[in-house]
Design a protein around this ligand. Structure first.
Ligand SMILES: Nc1ncnc2c1ncn2[C@@H]1O[C@H](COP(=O)(O)OP(=O)(O)O)[C@@H](O)[C@H]1O
Ligand SMILES: [Mg+2]
Length: 310
């Protein structure tokens, strides 16, 4: 069963089509929802929670209809909103206990659960202080904790790394990953930064202007964007010779830094082809390594030009 499934989902605000006939399927695991600002990510999450009506089309979350079964969905789904929504004069501990009780937990269970999730997100002693004095990173952790308190099957995390410095962002991403792996909770996490979700997501959905640009497993993304850096020796023009041979063999190859050749990986035979051609030319293979490739490379090729790389 898909965790989330939409069909022809459309949302129009006056003068703006925020979602345009979207067909998306999200499975268990961690899914990254990526798109530039204004792509429709937050709108999609609010519709999935049953908080915002769609203009047309349909969506099911954990096999419930968002149009008619919002309360059932919200009982099983945690939501971390994008914008600051925390009361300044309450401690994270009191807030999360309170929200746990609102979700139906008895007081003692809510306290226990709140302590667990706050510890899990890494809020220690400061959880007893008023949220108004928290750093952005601590506020994001508190928002994450409240999304987890009622033991959801799925969490929707809207830009959890927003406003964080690189170290805090890495911590938050690791936390997001652990929610999926250690707790077995399905995660849909958004970001306007393409590069950051590929490390923690099993699948990536890309929105562009309210439309689905791409949806696939992260490994597939990386496979299609992968390239090899090859260094050969044996003749002064060894790199040029190999580059030409690769192009003649129908591969996409180009000169790279340090007299190396960069070859796009076409399929699982590409490595063998490079090695065989090198041997055929009587050259020596010094090294062949995968270039650190990133999802954003897909977009540089001319997909969503507006998506910002990290
Ligand atoms: N309440 C609203 N009223 C009118 N337009 C809105 C509203 N919320 C969002 N939009 C518009 O819908 C589009 C998608 O917004 P949003 O879902 O917030 O995108 P994202 O979260 O990807 O940045 C944008 O053009 C935005 O300006
Ligand atoms: Mg948003």
């Amino acid at each position: 069963m898909a965790v989330i499934e939409t069909a022809g989902l459309t949302k129009q605000y006056p003068g703006v089509t925020a979602l345009d006939s979207l067909d998306v399927r999200v499975e268990d695991g961690v899914t990254g929802l990526v798109g530039a600002n204004g792509a429709g990510k937050s709108t999609l999450l609010k519709i999935l929670l049953g908080l915002l009506p769609a203009t047309s089309g349909s969506a099911r979350v954990l096999d419930h209809d968002v149009r008619t079964e919002g309360p059932q969905i919200r009982a099983m789904v945690g939501y971390m909103p994008e914008h600051d929504c925390l009361p300044a004069d309450v401690s994270a501990s009191d807030l999360v206990v309170h929200l746990g009780q609102m979700s139906g937990l008895p007081h003692a269970a809510a306290r226990e659960r709140a302590a667990d999730v706050l510890r899990h997100v890494g809020l220690a002693e400061e959880r007893y202080r008023p949220i108004g004095g928290y750093s952005t990173g601590m506020k994001q952790r508190a928002k994450l904790a409240q999304a987890l308190v009622h033991d959801p099957h799925l969490v929707l995390l809207d830009e959890p790394t927003s406003g964080l410095d690189p170290a805090a962002r890495d911590d938050m991403l690791a936390l997001v990953r652990r929610i999926g792996t250690d707790f077995g909770i399905a995660v849909l996490v958004t970001s306007h930064l393409l590069g950051e979700l590929e490390r923690v997501s099993d699948a990536i959905v890309v929105l562009d202007g309210g439309r689905l640009l791409r949806s696939s497993a992260t490994t597939e993304f990386l496979h299609t964007t992968g390239s090899l850096l090859v260094e050969v020796q044996g003749r002064p023009d060894a790199d040029r010779l190999l580059g030409q041979a690769l192009v003649d063999a129908g591969l996409a190859a180009r000169p790279a830094e340090g007299r190396m050749i960069e070859v796009d990986v076409r399929d699982e035979h590409t490595r063998d082809q490079v090695r065989d051609l090198t041997v055929d030319l009587g050259l020596g293979l010094v090294r062949m390594q995968e270039r650190h490739h990133r999802i954003e490379d897909v977009f540089r090729e001319g997909g969503a030009g507006r998506v910002q790389p990290v």
